[in-house]
Design a binder for this molecule. Structure first.
Ligand code: ADP
Length: 256
């Protein structure tokens, strides 16, 4: 608990700081980009200068992309949780991942039958899974398999001895894995092992924040050269008028 509190306040401080810087930086960048565009349009005929201006514009756009990610990170827009049905959500996500990850990554998805709904912000949940998937791809430069397994998870009983049901989403890869030293820091904001320009170190930090805010948990297990497994649990949607018995997998009302 203490660790996650420390993490939360660190996240908040970093968020406030980066938000302020990113905002000012963005304003200045738009001046730079605007002027570069003007110069470019006056350069027709001068191929060499045009190429230089174009690469400057490209660099400025990459900066703008980074600042908008920093802004999104710091803004912490309030979540809009809605009921999410995995059976209709996952096929669309897989299509999106196939396009994002490229041909070298095979996707293997496995959904348990009759999964209960969870209550999450759909866009943020999708962003979290894309984050995990893109990290998995980066860890498999020669290609490999991304696994997505979703099943019910019965947590240990709480004080009132009632079982708390949640859904477990495991995202696995057959990639490089991580050393214990790296593994211990993955959720830290700005921690990255990727080369400059490729990683911001904000991806997992955002995933962590999203899962916490959604009342879930996230854990990671990794072995060098064997791969990595992230497991997210999300509480199932408590439907008004539904007792926990009715969503018990063994007792789910069936069509008989
Ligand atoms: P970024 O991807 O920008 O580096 P993240 O917060 O998403 O930021 O990840 C932090 C670091 O955690 C990565 O730089 C990488 O070292 C490590 N990491 C995350 N996911 C994986 C994975 N699936 N396999 C191996 N290393 C990973």
């Amino acid at each position: 608990l203490e660790l996650s509190l420390q993490h939360a306040s660190k996240l908040e401080a970093v968020g406030r700081l980066t938000g302020g810087i990113a905002h000012d930086f963005n304003n200045m960048l738009s001046i730079v980009i605007g002027n570069l565009d003007l110069v470019k349009s006056s350069l027709s005929g001068n191929e060499k200068a045009l190429r230089r201006i174009e690469s400057a514009i490209e660099g400025a756009h990459r900066c703008a992309e980074l600042t908008s990610r920093l802004l999104a990170f710091s803004r912490r827009s309030p979540l809009q949780p809605r009921a999410l049905d995995f059976t209709s959500f996952i096929p669309g996500l897989i299509k999106l991942l196939e396009r994002t990850l490229g041909e070298r990554i095979a996707i293997s998805a496995d959904l348990e039958d009759g999964l209960p709904e969870v209550c999450v912000d759909h866009a943020q949940f999708e962003a979290a899974l894309i984050n995990l998937a893109v990290n998995a791809r980066d860890a498999m430069p020669d290609g490999g398999t991304l696994g997505i397994r979703i099943k019910r998870h019965e947590a240990v009983a709480q004080e009132d001895s009632e079982q708390v049901h949640s859904v477990e989403i495991a995202v696995t890869d057959s990639g490089t894995g991580m050393s214990p030293a790296i593994l211990a820091r993955v959720f830290e904001p700005f921690f990255t092992t990727k080369e400059a320009g490729k990683g911001t170190g904000l991806g997992l930090s955002m995933v962590y924040g999203f899962v916490q805010q959604s009342g879930g948990t996230i854990a990671v297990d990794s072995n060098p050269d064997q791969g990595t497994r992230f497991v997210i649990t999300l509480p199932v949607l408590a439907k008004p008028g539904f007792s926990s018995e009715e969503i018990d997998p063994g007792k789910a009302p069936g069509p008989q």
